[in-house]
Design a protein around this ligand. Structure first.
Ligand code: BEZ
Length: 263
């Protein structure tokens, strides 16, 4: 997301709570153990960080980081006893190594993927694990395609701000940063947005950069709703559904990683 944009934490918790709910499935892949130090990269409003912190117990620690000042402020207010830092994932320099780095629905926001993976590798102890979920090829394609089509109709160029890599590309990238990919899968998740205004709230929350080229983004959102209503809106249930395509992985940092500073 652009530097001057920020998320609205209240709207995020109210309307995008599925992000955290689905993130709980990823906690099973993480399998946090008592005594571990775990970094939650892109922690948002901190709910999953708090769950990880509870799982690692007094002897361990979970630290949440996020680039959004508003999200970190909200996380600190909700969980005053837990540790959060406002820092860009590519610039994070921990004092002590982590046993695991966890990231749910955050990596696709990062422009410099190599810098992010180098920072993750540097944050982990050798043998530490990186467990993450992000959008993969075709993620939220219905929304992106409808916004692009509306852009073409109005003569504006739409740039999608997200990085949705294929499994093959990301596994190769992870390997080039010293990780061994032990588990990786792609799957589709039909995702119901929150109520009759769910698509509008989604675009309000996440679409600033996607809609940046439009003179009147609110009007563009209405037009995008019109484009998608017949295929993605259930008027009986009064809800929108879009296909999220996910890449989930668990990768282990090799002991000989050139990026690992903590042997
Ligand atoms: C996602 O979690 O896949 C996502 C969320 C917001 C914008 C784009 C993708």
């Amino acid at each position: 997301m652009s530097d001057d944009a920020d998320f609205d934490p209240a709207a995020y918790d109210d309307c995008q709570s599925f992000v955290v709910e689905y993130g709980r499935e990823l906690l099973d892949v993480l399998d946090p153990r008592p005594g571990e130090r775990i970094l939650d990269l892109g922690c948002g409003t901190g709910h999953l960080t708090a769950e990880i912190d509870a799982a690692v117990g007094e002897a361990g620690a979970a630290i949440g980081i996020d680039a959004s000042p508003a999200m970190v402020a909200e996380a600190r207010e909700t969980y005053p006893d837990r540790e959060f830092a406002r820092v860009d994932a590519t610039a994070f320099e921990p004092t002590d190594p982590f046993d695991a780095v966890f990231s749910n629905a955050a990596l696709h926001w990062i422009d410099d993927q190599n810098a992010a993976l180098a920072a993750v590798a540097d944050a982990l102890r050798p043998g530490g694990r990186f467990v993450a979920e992000l959008g993969t090829t075709g993620n939220v394609a219905a929304i992106v395609d409808a916004v692009r089509a509306e852009g073409r109709a109005r003569g504006v160029q739409v740039e999608a701000p997200w990085h949705f890599p294929s499994l093959g590309d990301y596994a190769t990238r992870l390997e080039s940063h010293g990780f061994e990919v032990r588990l990786a899968r792609v799957f589709e998740r039909e995702t119901t947005l929150d109520g009759p205004d769910g698509l509008e709230s989604w675009l309000d929350q996440f679409g600033d950069d996607l809609l940046a080229a439009f003179d009147d983004p609110a009007d563009a959102i209405t037009a995008v709703e019109d484009r998608l209503r017949s295929t993605h809106y259930d008027s009986g249930a009064e809800e929108w559904t879009v296909t999220y395509r996910r890449l989930q992985f668990r990768a282990i940092l090799s002991a000989e990683s050139p990026y690992s500073s903590s042997q």
